[in-house]
Design a binder for this molecule. Structure first.
Ligand code: EPU
Length: 420
């Protein structure tokens, strides 16, 4: 386990660069396996999920060169295996994109049910429904997802019953090499979907409408490798913005796409924080306690569920009462239970948290149980009075690029320690 010893009363100040998008990284790495020649991916985030994904596809027969500085070359020509390594697959959620990719490449795939954050039930029925609509058989047996098709055939009417990131991506991957045209209705709208479509199209795919609720994919018989630099990470940027507000700091983020952060910028402004956008930069300034605000998570472009943990942590020190409603996941408030140890006043009823802001949190030992919770606890610890120990930080390392180092470059005092 990784733990951080954190000195309180930090005030973040200065400028830092946002890393590449985790979601795009974890979809284009498997997407590169659809091609018949090598691809080069740039601006990858340096996170442990990327390193694990590289290992997973190496075991499938791909050749991977990765310099841990955002650059990866994937040569899929030696791909020979349609059964993914179970122990690695269970270490993350996005490993299930191999189902769509290997199904398209080999007509069959076996991938263990994926791991990922423990934030409530995470069904994959929409993925399986979509594969079946493309003509595949899809079953879950003994903890394995098995898909098989003589031939994948496009389908004009795949309607997703819920807005799902994962199923939208998996079906785009499978449909890229299917025979004929596939139409995904009620598709997820998010910048990472658009960037994946850009990657697929650079490989020779014909994907139209990504970023809207209807995505049309004209299947092609072959894809070739390409070179692609991925967009910046929205959730990392949002976390840095909210952390700046919580520590009453003044930080400029570079390598951002401000349009992708409109919901968090607007919510911070509503809470009294000064947020300015200029080209690829966002400057956040805050010199007093924020005002309470209500937050309800929504699929993008609404207030994204991944921004909820940092934002609700901030609201524990707001002036007044905030109501936070999480509409996507059943169990995404564990960070708030932990923050009670630091003096937060919170009542949780199902998917709603009522937060009565206190002037200041006090340092304590707290445990992060998932990616966003660990980051939220780190923010709270930096702002608190006194020192804290944040355990479970390995969750944050899965999806944030050296978050503790970025905060240290902005003035925080943090020591990484190992903890049993
Ligand atoms: N859902 C279904 N059936 C499905 C798929 C999803 O009912 O077949 C439901 C889920 O239960 C949930 C909603 O649809 O209520 C949205 O699920 P989605 O498929 O979008 O989630 P995901 O693809 O498993 C990704 C991110 C999550 C992020 C959600 C936001 C990855 C690896 N993970 O998960 O990220 O919260 O989208 O919708 O892409 C994180 O990074 O902190 C994280 C957990």
């Amino acid at each position: 386990m990784t733990a951080l010893r954190v000195k309180g009363k930090a005030r973040l100040n200065g400028s830092t660069v946002v890393g590449g998008s985790k979601y795009v990284a974890l979809s284009v790495i498997p997407a590169a396996l659809l091609a018949n020649s090598p691809s080069v991916i740039e601006n990858l985030p340096d996170i442990s999920d990327v390193a694990v994904y590289a290992d997973i596809i190496r075991l499938l027969g791909a050749k991977v060169e990765y310099n841990n500085q955002g650059w990866m070359r994937i040569d899929p020509t030696g791909l020979k295996n349609n059964v993914a390594d179970q122990s690695l697959v269970k270490r993350m959620r996005a490993s299930y994109y191999l189902l769509g990719v290997l199904l398209a490449r080999f007509g069959k795939a076996e991938v263990a049910l994926p791991g990922g954050d423990d934030i409530g039930p995470r069904p994959i029925d929409q993925h399986l429904k979509g594969f079946r609509a493309l003509g595949a058989e899809a079953v879950i047996e003994h903890g394995l997802v098995k898909v098989h098709a003589q031939r994948l055939a496009g389908n004009h009417s795949i309607y997703l019953d819920v807005l799902t990131v994962g199923a939208t991506i998996n079906l785009m991957l499978a449909a890229a090499l299917a025979e004929g045209t596939t139409v995904i209705s009620n598709a997820y709208r998010g910048p990472f979907i658009v960037d994946l479509a850009n990657f697929l199209n650079a490989m020779g795919a014909r994907v139209f409408g990504a970023g809207t609720e209807t995505i049309r994919i004209q299947g092609v018989s072959e894809l070739h490798g390409c070179q692609h630099a991925i967009i910046p990470d929205q959730s990392e940027a949002a976390t840095l913005m909210v952390a700046t507000a919580m520590t009453q700091g003044d930080v400029t983020l570079t390598n951002t796409i401000p349009d992708h952060l409109e919901s968090v910028s607007a919510k911070l402004q509503e809470a009294g924080v000064d947020v300015k956008h200029c080209d690829d930069k966002i400057r956040v300034r805050c010199d007093s306690r924020v005002n309470a605000v209500n937050v309800k998570t929504q699929p993008l472009p609404g207030f994204f569920t991944d921004f909820q943990a940092p934002m609700s942590a901030l609201l524990t020190t707001a002036d007044g009462m905030s109501v936070v409603t999480e509409t996507i996941w059943d169990e995404r408030f564990e960070h708030l239970n932990q923050l009670v140890k630091m003096g937060a006043q919170v009542r949780i009823a199902g998917r709603t948290a009522i937060i009565e802001g206190v002037p200041r949190l006090t340092g304590a030992e707290v445990h992060g149980t998932d990616l966003r919770a660990s980051a939220a606890l780190l923010m709270a610890a930096m702002s608190a009075e006194g020192d804290s120990l944040v355990t479970g930080f390995e969750h944050a390392d899965r999806g944030y690029e050296r978050l503790d180092e970025k905060f240290m470059s902005l003035g925080a005092q943090i020591d990484r320690v190992s903890h049993n």
